[in-house]
Design a protein around this ligand. Structure first.
Ligand code: HEM
Length: 376
C-alpha cells in the first residue's frame, strides 16, 4: 500500500510512460523500420497514443494535482489507460470511450477554477480541453485522423497559450492593469476564433484548413512576440534553457501554420505538418516546462543540468532534417531523422529519471508545488 501522495501521483506516470514507449515503437513501424513490438493495431493508434495517452494525460495529471486531487485523477487515468486499451484485443471503441471520458473529466476540472475568479487564462485552457473532447469524440466515431489532427493541435496550442497568459502576469507586473487586461482579452478572443475555425475546418476542409494554418501563424507570432522568453533568453541557467525551448516551439508552430496553407492529408507533407506541430511545438514546450512542472507533480526536485540542452539540440536538429527530408521527399533521410527524434524523446525520459533519482527529496513542499496548487 502506497501512503505517500507524491508516490501515488508518480504511479499515474506509469501508463503515460507506457503510452510513450508504445507510441515510439509505432513510430518506427510507420517509418517502415523494424521495431521491438509489432502489434497489428500499433501503426493505426500511434497518433492517439502519443497525443492523448502520453502528452494529453500528462497535462491532465498536472491539472489534477493543481486541483488538489480526488476525482480529477480520472482524467489522466482515462486518457492514458484508454489509449493503451486500443492495443488490447478488446473492441477499439472501449479504449476510445475511455479516452473521451478522461478528456471530459479534464474539461470539468476547469469549472471550479473558472468559478473562482473568471480568469481568461482558465477560459483559454478550458477551450483547449473542449477541443480534446472533440478530438476523442471524432476518433471514437471513426473520423479519419487528418480531420482529428486540427482538434489535437488546438488542444495543445490553447492549453499552452493559457499557461503562458498566466505566467506573463509575472513579467508584466510593471505594465498598466488595463494594458494587461486588454492583452488577455485579445488572447481569449483569438482562442475562441481558433475553436470556431477548427470546427468549421472539419465541415469545409478546403478553405477551413488554410484558415486554420493562417491562425496558427498569427498565434505563434503574437504569443512568441509577447512571451517573456524574449527577455529571459538573455539570462543564464534554467530560465535561458526554458526560453530557448519556448522560442523554438513558437518557430515550429509558425512552420506548421505555413504548411497548413496548402494542406496535405497523406505522404511527406502530412508528416512534415504533423511533426512540426507535435515534436517541434508540443514536445519542445514539454521540455521547456518539465524542470518546473514535473517537480510539482512528483514532489521531488528535478535539478536542471546541461543534459537538458543536449536533448533540446537533438530534438530540434533531427526535426529540421526530418521536415527538410519530407519537403524534398527523401525517404531514407526522413527515416534516419525519425530515429533521431525517437532518441531525443528517450533521452528526455532518461535525463528526467536520472535527475530525479539522484536529487535529494525536499523536506517541505517546494515553490513549484505551491504555485501549481495556487497556495503560493
Ligand atoms: C518521436 C518520434 C516520432 C516518430 C518517429 C513518428 C513517426 C510518425 C510517422 C512515420 C507517421 C506517419 C506519417 C504519414 O502518414 O505520412 C506519424 C503520424 C502521426 N504522428 Fe508521429 N512520430 C513521432 C512522434 C509523435 C508525437 C510526439 C506525436 C504527438 C504528440 C505524434 C503524433 C502523430 C499523429 C497525430 C500522426 C497521424 C497519425 C495518422 O494519420 O493516423 N507523433 N508519426
Amino acid at each position: 500500500m502506497i501512503n505517500n501522495p507524491a508516490s501515488r501521483r508518480s504511479l499515474f506516470l506509469l501508463p503515460c510512460g507506457a503510452a510513450l514507449l508504445l507510441g515510439l515503437d509505432a513510430g518506427l513501424l510507420l517509418l517502415g523500420l523494424p521495431a521491438p513490438l509489432t502489434l497489428e493495431r500499433l501503426p493505426d493508434v500511434h497518433g492517439m497514443l502519443m497525443a492523448i495517452g502520453f502528452v494529453g494525460a500528462l497535462i491532465a495529471l498536472e491539472r489534477a494535482v493543481a486541483r488538489g486531487g480526488g476525482w480529477a485523477y480520472a482524467a489522466p487515468l482515462g486518457m492514458a489507460v484508454g489509449a493503451l486499451l486500443t492495443l488490447s484485443p478488446a473492441p477499439l471503441w472501449l479504449g476510445a470511450v475511455l479516452m473521451l471520458l478522461g478528456a471530459t473529466v479534464l474539461l470539468v476540472t476547469y469549472r471550479p477554477l473558472w468559478n473562482r475568479n473568471h480568469d481568461p487564462a482558465v477560459a483559454i485552457q478550458a477551450l483547449g480541453a473542449f477541443l480534446a473532447v472533440g478530438a476523442c469524440a471524432l476518433w471514437a466515431r471513426g473520423v479519419a485522423m487528418p480531420m482529428v489532427v486540427p482538434w489535437l493541435t488546438g488542444f495543445f496550442v490553447l492549453t499552452i497559450a493559457g499557461e503562458r497568459v498566466e505566467l506573463a502576469r509575472v513579467g508584466q507586473l510593471f505594465d498598466a492593469k488595463e494594458v494587461r487586461a486588454r492583452r488577455e482579452d485579445q488572447a481569449l478572443g483569438l482562442s475562441m476564433i481558433l475553436v470556431m475555425v477548427i470546427a468549421l475546418a472539419t465541415m469545409a476542409p478546403q478553405w477551413g484548413l488554410p484558415t486554420f494554418g493562417a491562425l496558427l501563424v498569427l498565434v505563434a507570432v503574437l504569443f512568441g512576440w509577447r512571451d517573456v522568453a524574449r527577455k529571459t533568453i538573455r539570462s543564464t541557467g534554467l530560465p535561458r534553457f526554458s526560453a530557448a525551448g519556448l522560442l523554438a516551439a513558437y518557430f515550429w508552430l509558425a512552420v506548421a501554420g505555413l504548411l497548413w496553407l496548402r494542406p496535405a492529408m497523406e505522404g511527406f507533407r502530412y508528416d512534415a505538418v504533423l511533426h512540426a506541430t507535435f515534436l517541434g511545438f508540443v514536445m519542445s514546450m514539454v521540455l521547456a516546462h518539465a524542470p518546473v512542472i514535473l517537480p510539482a507533480v512528483i514532489r521531488r526536485p528535478l535539478p536542471y543540468g546541461p543534459a537538458f540542452w543536449m536533448v533540446l539540440v537533438v530534438l530540434h536538429g533531427s526535426l529540421l532534417v526530418r521536415v527538410g527530408a519530407d519537403l524534398l521527399a527523401v525517404e531514407r533521410v526522413r527515416a534516419v531523422a525519425g530515429v533521431l527524434n525517437i532518441v531525443a524523446l528517450l533521452a528526455l525520459v532518461a535525463t528526467a529519471l536520472i535527475s530525479v533519482l539522484t536529487a535529494k527529496p525536499p523536506a517541505t513542499p517546494d515553490q513549484a508545488e505551491l504555485r501549481l496548487t495556487g497556495k503560493a
